[in-house]
Design a protein around this ligand. Structure first.
Ligand SMILES: Nc1nc2c(ncn2[C@@H]2O[C@H](COP(=O)(O)OP(=O)(O)OP(=O)(O)O)[C@@H](O)[C@H]2O)c(=O)[nH]1
Ligand SMILES: [Mg+2]
Length: 391
């Protein structure tokens, strides 16, 4: 149902969207909320705004505590250059810490006491030369997006990650867990079900409104979208729409921004579901939506399976750089988005290689014969070896 907000509320929304600091944003959102009329059509919106207010309050409180030296960790784990980061989320006691230890060797304590992991905790998954950082985040329960338990920390850490791994415990109802996680993540600004996405990059006055529809508009046209964006004060911006989106959904996304994040499901505690009953229910519930892996068996094999599944959902490919003077490429691949060109890999390796780029030699799937000479715009494939020749 559309929100049909009065002009006064839309103006206050614009003020909130433009706020520079968290304090300003908090105040502006509170003003906005009091200007939103209470009826059926605004229920969802008011819930989103309330949870955003609660998140901001908690974040500010945590930042103050941290400044005062009372809590020694940040809201997220900094990323390492070139290494994707995956947040490991789940309900309390779902086996995240054990899984983190199994997959990364991190020395974390598993414990029957729920909520034992309070700070985002990293470990490095290494398989076939691929490095992926896993971060166990505090447990998520219903209301996490409004700050319950350590929900604010969990969601901030998840927002910082490139992808989400959901640990679903097969000794508890898997469907309930999945629903709680998906909906709290959504309230926290993360869409793991790949619904419509609206990206707004605000620009300087006079820039204009540049709209790119990468998906499809349902029952509306680009002019309708421009009108609604303008109504909410989005006049100078680059706007991208992905997926299928109706005008109501676009309005909802303006008021409650979410980003899509690739996700996989890791089913834990398989030993407590010997007949596979819960696993079967989980499989049918998420079939066609998210990839699912059963955590069982040889740890070495498991590490490889998880690493490859994560690369697939993030749509990353492995490229092995080879120095001209060496006969073998490096063991550790560079992970780049599918569709990456040779020149982009050169830039990642060293600015000198992209500035002085002459040509490259490639071995692998993207070329017709091993060692073929290619130009800067040649598109690489998974597993390719590339040798850059530069002046
Ligand atoms: N039977 C069985 N028990 C498990 C398995 N994985 C974890 N556990 C137990 O489940 C409890 C919780 O495990 P953790 O790994 O600490 O769970 P968590 O999700 O990190 O929990 P919190 O961080 O406290 O929310 C502990 O008592 C573990 O020993 C498993 O595969 N099988
Ligand atoms: Mg834990």
């Amino acid at each position: 149902m559309p929100a049909n907000l009065p002009a006064e509320a839309r103006a206050l929304w614009e003020k909130a969207a433009r706020a520079k600091t968290k304090e300003e944003k908090l105040r502006a959102l509170q003003e906005f909320l009091s200007a939103v009329p209470k009826h059926k059509g605004t229920e969802k919106l008011r819930r989103h705004v309330k949870s955003r207010i609660a998140q901001l309050r908690k974040e500010l409180a945590l930042e103050r505590q941290k400044k005062a030296g009372r809590r020694g960790f940040s809201l997220f784990v900094p990323k390492e250059r070139g290494t994707p980061q995956v947040a490991l989320v789940g309900v309390p006691n779902s086996g995240k810490s054990r899984l983190l230890r199994q997959l990364t060797g991190a020395s974390v304590e598993e414990s029957p006491v729920p909520f034992s992991t309070r700070a985002p905790t990293p470990g490095m998954l290494v398989a076939d030369g691929v490095y992926i950082q896993l971060v166990e985040v505090p447990s998520i329960i219903e209301g996490a997006s409004e700050g319950r338990a350590d929900g604010t920390i969990a969601l901030a850490a998840a927002r910082n990650a490139d992808a989400i791994a959901l640990a679903i415990d097969l000794s508890q109802d898997p469907i309930v867990q999945f629903q709680v996680l998906a909906s709290e993540l959504f309230e926290g600004g993360i869409d793991i079900l790949q619904g419509p996405e609206l990206l707004i990059q605000r620009r300087h006055p006079g820039y204009g409104l540049h709209l790119r529809v990468e998906g499809r508009l349902v029952d509306c046209c680009e002019d309708d979208v421009r009108r609604i964006l303008t109504d909410y004060g989005v006049r100078n911006a680059d706007v991208i729409i992905r997926g299928e989106a109706s005008l109501d959904q676009i309005e909802e996304r303006i008021l409650h921004p979410v980003v899509r994040k690739p996700a996989i499901v890791l089913a834990t505690k398989a030993d407590l579901d010997p007949e596979g009953v819960q696993f079967g229910r989980l499989t049918s519930a998420i079939a066609g939506h998210l990839p699912l892996l059963l955590i069982r068996g040889d740890p070495e094999v498991l590490r490889k399976e998880v690493a490859h599944a994560l690369l697939r959902v993030m749509d990353l490919i492995r490229v092995y750089a080879k120095e001209p003077s060496r006969s073998k490429p490096s063991d550790r691949p560079i992970l780049v988005p599918r569709g990456t060109r040779v020149i982009e890999v050169a830039a990642l390796l060293h600015s000198r290689l992209s500035r002085g780029f002459k040509y490259a030699r490639v071995w692998g799937r993207s070329v017709r014969f091993p060692g073929e000479r290619v130009g800067a715009h040649h598109v690489l494939e998974d597993g390719d070896v590339v040798e850059i020749r530069a002046s």
